[in-house]
Design a protein around this ligand. Structure first.
Ligand SMILES: [Zn+2]
Length: 248
């Protein structure tokens, strides 16, 4: 339609009309592109909101699922350090507490529930990370992803390399597992021969190696992952205006 009109204007050499046709065509294309851009931007905003809500749900679930073992590993790390001090004669008392004993016995155990964040994985694999506009959230996501990789590296390394002390030194550590009614799960108890441990240099070497690595695992992998997960949750709550009250 417009092409036929332009040709007619050319034949008649109607330059003003030609210029006007040109402006109409350019403006039409411009408006068309602009509308497409607006629609794409509006869709991206809607997708971003849906993504952040799903991400929040995933983060809450990851926190809940990992809470029990996460806390246990932090407590265990403190008990290992204290138990080491007792074994190496840095404390007045000579015997280990039950908690220190069982913590040393399982100082090879890096098991932890670190659930994936499916909404984030989906966004990454579809290459649509750019729909997230908030810089702080982007940074929190990148830090979380990095700390998750460090955590899985430490866990697989620790499981492979650490000494299973009750298995190697059954005369020094005796383990008994039982079903704990209060906790509703199988729990382990250990009996430690602290004096025998002090006299066995090979045991002390293996224990020191385990304790050193466990401390590294907690300090360099578990704590940063824990902090990054909390930071991610904090930023999402801020953006989505979610208030969990005093008990998140
Ligand atoms: Zn929240």
């Amino acid at each position: 339609m417009i092409l036929r009109r332009v040709v007619a204007h050319f034949r008649k050499q109607e330059w003003t009309a030609i210029a006007l046709d040109f402006v109409i065509v350019v403006a039409g294309v411009f408006i068309g592109l602009q509308v497409a851009n607006w629609n794409a931007a509006r869709q991206a905003r809607a997708d971003e909101r849906v993504f952040m809500q799903r991400l929040h749900d995933d983060v809450v679930e990851a926190e809940a699922k990992s809470a029990r073992l996460r806390e246990r590993r932090f407590t265990q790390s403190k008990a290992i350090i204290e138990g080491m001090a007792v074994i190496f004669g840095e404390r007045e008392r000579k015997d280990l507490s039950d908690e220190e004993c069982v913590s040393l016995a399982f100082s090879h155990d890096y098991s932890l529930t670190a659930p994936a964040i499916p909404s984030f994985d989906e966004l990454l694999s579809s290459g649509r990370l750019n729909i997230v506009r908030d810089r702080e959230l982007k940074r929190a996501l990148a830090s979380f992803q990095q700390s998750l990789e460090v955590l899985s590296y430490w866990r697989s390394w620790g499981t492979r390399e650490q000494h299973t002390l009750p298995d190697k030194y059954p005369a020094l550590i005796k383990v008994r597992s039982y079903f704990d009614d209060d906790r509703g799960e199988v729990w382990s108890q250990a009996i430690c021969d602290a004096e025998g441990m002090r006299e066995n240099q090979r045991f002390l070497n293996n224990l020191s190696e385990n304790a050193d690595s466990f401390d590294g695992f907690v300090r360099d992998a578990l704590a940063p992952w824990n902090d990054n997960l909390s930071e991610l949750h904090r930023r999402l709550d801020e953006i989505l205006a979610i208030d969990h009250g005093t008990a998140p």
